[in-house]
Design a protein around this ligand. Structure first.
Ligand SMILES: Nc1ncnc2c1ncn2[C@@H]1O[C@H](COP(=O)(O)OP(=O)(O)OP(=O)(O)O)[C@@H](O)[C@H]1O
Length: 581
């Protein structure tokens, strides 16, 4: 239990001073909160001894009022120290997480981790943020109160002190058992919450496909199952807590009774005077109250612990090393891009094996081959979505791991089949290609990408705010805006994943025209599906089973009558060939 408190305390690393200050104030406040009992005890003693005077009463009254005032001042000061600290701590944590996420390999975000990240940001962090300071403040106050009471009991009578210590230790043991059981349930509860977030994201993002394929019933069931699962874990969590809470309550009740019985016994045997006995009656039911309340907080503390596990798991994800200092030369005699004996695995299974090839500046290299061969993987290694397992990738003679990531990304533009536009104006969606671009440059990029006319036809032209993910535009329009962004960026290397989905003829020719503008004078690496793109490539790499099966230009590969020749002739293996050949 104490270790959990320390773990939660460590979260507040930069705010330790405040927390310590709040702890000291909580201690003093707890002390003041108990002071009226002591005053009452002395008053009763004086009354029974017949030594009560007017002065005693006045001083006792003043002492009581002073205790209440000081207690409320201390409470106020502690609250001021604590309040907002939870929010400030988590504002910092969110910033740290944001900066950490930025440094993770891009590939991390394609592995179904989006649900995990959303759940950590929206559920786990929020829970700790809202509970951290309150729970810590309460726990410290309860703990101090319990310690003060036990010490007071020793002050009354050693036997009373001993019994209160034994009961406190019994409650501590039950609390520890409760903690272990709750930890298990809280892990499952938070995992269920993550699963629920993933299901909701999956459902909302895929709603178009779900409706198209009439999967509403099936997917709704998956979603409902996640709700039910989460609800069951929550109930299990609450039910798991109940027996232990009853055990704490029982110990509290029996312990108080035992203390009462002992004090009566001591009084009867003359080991305790009447004043102490009556004074003690004031304490009896307050004695273990703070401990009971302390263990009442275990539920929240264990959930916080599970939340911390999950937050830390994201923080532990290995960042992409970005300490390279090499400066990329503008031009060299060496090839623009070189894959040198590259081996890569997503997990254990190698997806690329000893792949070597070079790409000359301002040429087009087409990656073709059967599905799952490794084309996209090759393309994603160049912008360091992942790092190679073995071998190296060179850009103008420099290993890309030795070049600052920002400078690498300045050199590469990517056009994917799946486009993402931000919920922002059309203008800003294009301008983010190069933030210092002038208005005219943004318009020019839009013209080149064949989107100027349709943008001007929008209700507010370039200032029209488009829906999340570009929802209010057609697929072809979204694609062209993303190409305009790349044209504005004007990076010397373009990675293009050629569309396989069929768009209408007009859109297709517009996209092709936009791409032709984009790739002019660029080094182009294209995952190609169209024969006319492939045929005009300077170099074709046929990728199969993670290796380069064939390499050459269209004519030489056709003449070789190998895999490429068969692919073209049989029109079967490369996606989209059927329609194009
Ligand atoms: N993020 C990932 N995690 C694990 N395995 C992956 C991941 N992405 C791809 N793979 C696996 O790596 C292999 C190569 O995939 P890749 O997408 O590079 O092939 P491809 O030739 O581009 O296929 P396609 O033409 O169908 O897009 C496949 O076996 C695929 O299942």
């Amino acid at each position: 239990m104490i270790s959990l408190i320390f773990r939660v305390l460590r979260v507040a690393d930069g705010y330790q001073g405040r927390i310590r200050g709040a702890a000291v104030l909580s201690f003093l406040k707890s002390f003041c909160a108990k002071a009226p009992f002591v005053v009452a005890f002395f008053m009763i003693s004086a009354f029974l001894d017949g030594t009560v005077t007017k002065t005693t009463c006045v001083f006792s009254g003043i002492a009581l009022v002073a205790c209440i005032i000081v207690q409320s001042l201390l409470q106020n000061a502690a609250d001021r120290l604590q309040s907002a600290a939870g929010f400030e701590i988590f504002a910092d944590k969110r910033k740290q997480l944001g900066s950490h996420l930025r440094k993770l390999p891009m590939g991390y975000f394609t592995e179904g981790n989006i649900g995990k990240i959303s759940s950590v940001l929206a559920t786990d962090m929020l829970f700790i943020e809202e509970n951290l300071m309150m729970v810590l403040g309460d726990l410290m106050s309860y703990l101090f109160s319990a310690v003060i009471f036990v010490i007071m009991m020793f002050g009354f009578n050693p036997w009373m002190g001993l019994l209160s210590l034994v009961i406190t230790l019994i409650m501590y043991a039950i609390g520890e058992a409760m903690k272990s059981s709750q930890l298990k349930y809280s892990d499952e509860r938070q995992a269920a919450s993550q699963k629920l977030t993933e299901s909701v994201l999956d459902f909302t993002e895929g709603i178009g496909i779900i409706k198209t394929y009439n999967l509403l019933g099936e997917k709704s069931k998956t979603l409902t199952d996640s709700f039910v699962y989460s609800c069951e874990r929550n109930l299990e969590f609450e039910e798991g807590h109940a027996p232990w809470a009853r055990a704490v309550n029982l110990t509290y009740g029996l312990g108080s009774t035992a203390m009462l019985a002992l004090s009566w016994f001591l009084y009867q045997n003359g080991a305790m005077n009447i004043a102490t006995f009556i004074g003690f009656l004031f304490f009896t039911f307050e004695l273990f109250g703070p401990l009971k309340a302390f263990y009442g907080q275990i539920t929240r503390l264990t959930v916080m612990n599970a939340c911390l596990d999950r937050i830390e798991a994201v923080f532990e994800e290995k960042e992409l090393c970005d300490n390279g200092k090499d400066i990329l030369p503008d031009s060299t005699d060496v090839p623009e891009i070189e894959f040198r004996n590259v081996t890569f695995a997503y997990d254990k299974r190698n997806v690329l094996n000893h792949v070597s090839f070079t790409v000359q500046k301002n040429t087009m290299t087409a990656l073709v081959g059967p599905s799952g061969g490794g084309k996209s993987t090759i393309a994603s290694l160049l912008p360091r979505f992942w790092d190679v397992k073995d071998g190296s990738i060179l850009l103008r003679g420099k290993d890309i791991r030795t070049v600052p990531l920002a400078s690498l990304m300045e050199n590469i533009s990517m056009v994917f089949q799946r486009v993402y536009l931000f919920q922002d104006t059309v203008y800003n969606n294009i301008a983010m290609g190069r933030m210092d671009a002038s208005e005219e440059e943004v318009y020019e990029a839009a013209r080149k990408a064949r989107c100027y006319d349709f943008i001007m036809a929008l209700p507010e032209g370039f200032q029209t705010v488009i829906g999340e993910g570009g929802a209010s535009l057609s697929g072809g329009e979204q694609q062209r805006i993303s190409i305009a962004r790349c044209i504005l960026k004007d990076a010397p290397i373009v990675i293009l994943d050629e569309a396989t989905a069929s768009v209408d003829a007009d859109n297709e020719s517009q996209i092709q025209a936009a791409i032709s503008e984009l790739v002019q004078g660029k080094t182009l690496l294209v995952i190609a599906h169209r024969l006319h793109t492939i045929a005009k490539a300077d170099q074709i790499l046929v990728i199969k089973d993670g290796k380069i099966a064939e390499q050459g230009n269209h004519e030489s590969l056709i003449a070789a009558e190998g895999l490429y020749h068969n692919m073209v002739l049989k029109k079967a293996t490369v996606k989209g060939f059927q329609n194009k050949v």
